[in-house]
Design a protein around this ligand. Structure first.
Ligand code: NAD
Length: 442
């Protein structure tokens, strides 16, 4: 077993992992249901199928990604062969969150293994059923020297962070991301931080309002809003705000029926503390749809909050639940005024039929990634890098970006010995003007 150098071995072990994930898919779906009532359809769409497709893609392309890549040599070094040599970092620590507990543990793990690293994975303490399945899958497939699961909460993660790692990949809140970055700095360990933020969603007056409402409601209320890239709040052009809210209400009813509490397609809030935090953000005087909740079942209805005060709790922090504030705007300055109050978000969405407006927004604001006329779906394309910027994260992964994240790239010049041009060697006397002339050409 030489996972560091044997690419064929890595391919074989990832194929074994694919087989294990496919065999256990039903168990994962059941565990997600047990942990927070995640609808099986969403579990397949947003967790197992993405993991399976990441695995298939990685298995198909691992030899290509892991090969040495030749680059055009610098003629000053003539004659030489220059190439880039990917090497695994070594020992990798992956810390995962609870909201997509299978996907966000397995996807970085697949990339890390494909690049030849060993992994210690610390899944979230809040999803014990999913963690149990992950542990079974990992122990079925990997030798513990290669991949090992450590269960536990913050205390376990803090202990793990005291060890020296060659790479740390963290997904979770910005608050904990800072703790991770500080611990990593102790040994100058490189990190990827996949964090959160307040994701704006802009709807202008030229947008297809009914379709925009449907796509925003889907991206927001999937997983009961506990999605790092869910639209956090909507900025809608003033004249179409009322019409847009009407479409939003219709979209919610069409997806979850008259009473979403009885819908099998609407997830629950993960735990008491998140439930209390979220219900504390609801200002009943501003609710124009939903607003009901039930502590016993951790149910919070898909809720629309019209025009909350900018100073209110709901506009102060990442919501991470099924509460959607709607704000009106009239000008680009209004947009800047609101979006500019917050740190760079993980995603941004703009709904419009004006291409130039969409492009202006994309170029004007800094954010992790996003969509024009849709929400969330950029996550699903492995050809797109996924990651935040500023407070929403550091680094990127998915597909080849994942392989690159977990690899150090050595630049190598293999110099021929049959010729040795003497120009570079001392004594430099009389060579100065010649070298200046030659360097002008490079
Ligand atoms: P969290 O930061 O509370 O926990 C994430 C992980 O860190 C867990 O495994 C937890 O055990 C561990 N942890 C907690 N305290 C720690 C400490 N003091 N030291 C070391 N590790 C510690 O996040 P969460 O509540 O699980 O997830 C929600 C957050 O994650 C949201 O902010 C969301 O936006 C973000 N998120 C980001 C992405 C992304 O891809 N960028 C994806 C999902 C969630």
């Amino acid at each position: 077993m030489d996972f560091k150098t044997d690419i064929g071995y890595r391919r074989k072990i990832l194929t074994k992992l694919l087989d294990a994930v496919m065999r256990r898919e039903a168990d994962v779906i059941e565990a997600l249901q047990l942990d927070f009532g995640k609808p099986p359809f969403e579990s397949v769409l947003t967790e197992t199928s993405l993991v399976i497709s990441e695995l298939k893609d990685t298995i198909r392309k691992i030899h290509y990604r892991a090969r040495q890549k030749s680059v055009f040599p610098n003629l000053l070094n003539f004659p030489s062969r220059d190439y880039i040599y990917p090497e695994p970092y070594g020992k990798v620590l992956i810390i995962a969150p609870w909201n997509y507990p299978f996907l966000l543990a397995m996807t970085p793990l697949i990339s890390a293994v494909s690049a030849g690293n060993s992994v210690v994975l610390k899944p979230s303490e809040h999803t014990p059923s999913v963690t149990a399945i992950i542990e079974i899958i990992i122990s079925e497939v990997f030798d513990p020297v290669h991949v090992e699961v450590f269960k536990g909460g913050a205390e376990v993660a803090e202990k793990l962070l005291q060890r020296r790692w060659d790479y740390i990949f963290f997904t979770g809140s910005t608050r904990v991301g800072k703790i991770v970055a500080k611990a990593a700095a102790e040994h100058l360990t490189p990190v990827t931080l996949e964090l959160g933020g307040k994701n704006p969603c802009i709807v202008d007056e030229t947008a297809n309002l009914a379709l925009a409402a449907k796509r925003i409601a889907w991206g927001k209320f999937m997983n009961a809003g506990q999605t790092c890239i869910a639209p956090d709040y909507v900025l809608v052009k003033s004249p179409v705000k009322t019409e847009f809210i009407g479409h939003l209400k219709k979209a919610i009813k069409a997806m979850y029926g008259e009473n979403p509490k009885h819908s099998p397609d609407f997830a629950r809030i993960i735990n008491d503390s998140q439930f209390r935090r979220l219900t504390g953000l609801i200002d009943t005087t501003k609710v124009v749809h939903g607003g009901s909740f039930d502590l016993e079942t951790h149910y919070i209805a898909p809720t629309i909050i019209d025009n909350p005060a900018m100073e209110s709790g709901i506009m102060a922090e990442e919501i991470f639940g099924p509460l959607l504030p709607i704000l009106a705007y009239d000008s680009d300055a209004d947009l800047q005024n609101t979006i500019g109050r917050y740190e760079k978000p993980l995603s941004l969405y703009v709904f419009t039929s004006q291409k130039r407006f969409a492009e202006k927004i994309i170029s004007e604001y800094s954010f992790g990634g996003g969509c024009i006329n849709d929400t969330v779906v950029h996550f699903s394309n492995k050809k797109l890098p996924f990651g935040g910027v500023g407070y929403s994260g550091v680094g990127r992964y998915h597909g080849k970006f994942g392989f690159e994240t977990f690899s150090h790239y050595k630049g190598i010049v293999r110099k021929a010995t049959w010729l040795d041009i003497t120009l570079r060697y001392a004594p430099y006397e009389k060579k100065f003007s010649l070298i200046k002339k030659i360097l002008k050409w490079f």
